[in-house]
Design a protein around this ligand. Structure first.
Ligand SMILES: COC(=O)N1C[C@@H]2C[C@@H]3O[C@]2(Cc2nccnc23)C1
Length: 130
C-alpha cells in the first residue's frame, strides 16, 4: 500500500545518503568503482561476488533493498572481498585491508547511530509480508 512505499522511499534516501558519504571519503577511493578486471585479470577467479559503492547506489535506485539487512549483505561484500583478495603481509595489502576494516566499522556506526530501530522493524515487516 502507499504507506509502505513511503517507508521504502525513506529507506532509499537513508541508503543513498550513507553510500554517498562513503564515496566521498578518500580512505574508501578503492571501493568506489568495480575492481578493473582488465587491470586485475585473476580477480574473478578469487572473488565470486564483486561489489562496490557505485553498484550499491545503482541497486538502491533499482529498489533492490527493502531492509537494511539486505543492503548490509551487499555492502559487507565490499570489505570482505578486499580482505580475501589482499591477504598478504606486504604494505599494499595491509593498506587496503586497513581501509576495508575502516569501511566496515564506519558503515556499522552510521547505521547504529542514524537508523531508527522502529523504522528498521517496519521495513522488516514489509519484507516478511511480500
Ligand atoms: C577493492 O580493491 C581491491 O581489492 N584491489 C585489488 C587490486 C590489486 C591491486 O589493487 C587493486 C587494483 C589494482 N590494479 C592494478 C594493479 N594492482 C591492483 C584494488
Amino acid at each position: 500500500e502507499e504507506q509502505e512505499e513511503d517507508v521504502l522511499r525513506e529507506l532509499r534516501l537513508f541508503l543513498r545518503n550513507l553510500t554517498e558519504r562513503l564515496m566521498l571519503d578518500r580512505r574508501f577511493k578503492a571501493f568506489v568503482k568495480p575492481v578493473d578486471i582488465e587491470e586485475v585479470p585473476d580477480y574473478l577467479m578469487v572473488i565470486q561476488k564483486p561489489m562496490d559503492l557505485s553498484t550499491l547506489l545503482s541497486n538502491i535506485d533499482e529498489h533492490k533493498y527493502v531492509t537494511i539487512k539486505e543492503f548490509m549483505s551487499d555492502a559487507d561484500l565490499i570489505w570482505q572481498n578486499a580482505l580475501e583478495y589482499n591477504p598478504d603481509s606486504d604494505p599494499a595489502d595491509r593498506h587496503i585491508r586497513h581501509r576495508a576494516c575502516a569501511l566496515k566499522d564506519t558503515m556499522r556506526v552510521i547505521v547504529r547511530d542514524e537508523l531508527d530501530k522502529d523504522f528498521q522493524r517496519v521495513c522488516e515487516e514489509i519484507r516478511e509480508s511480500r
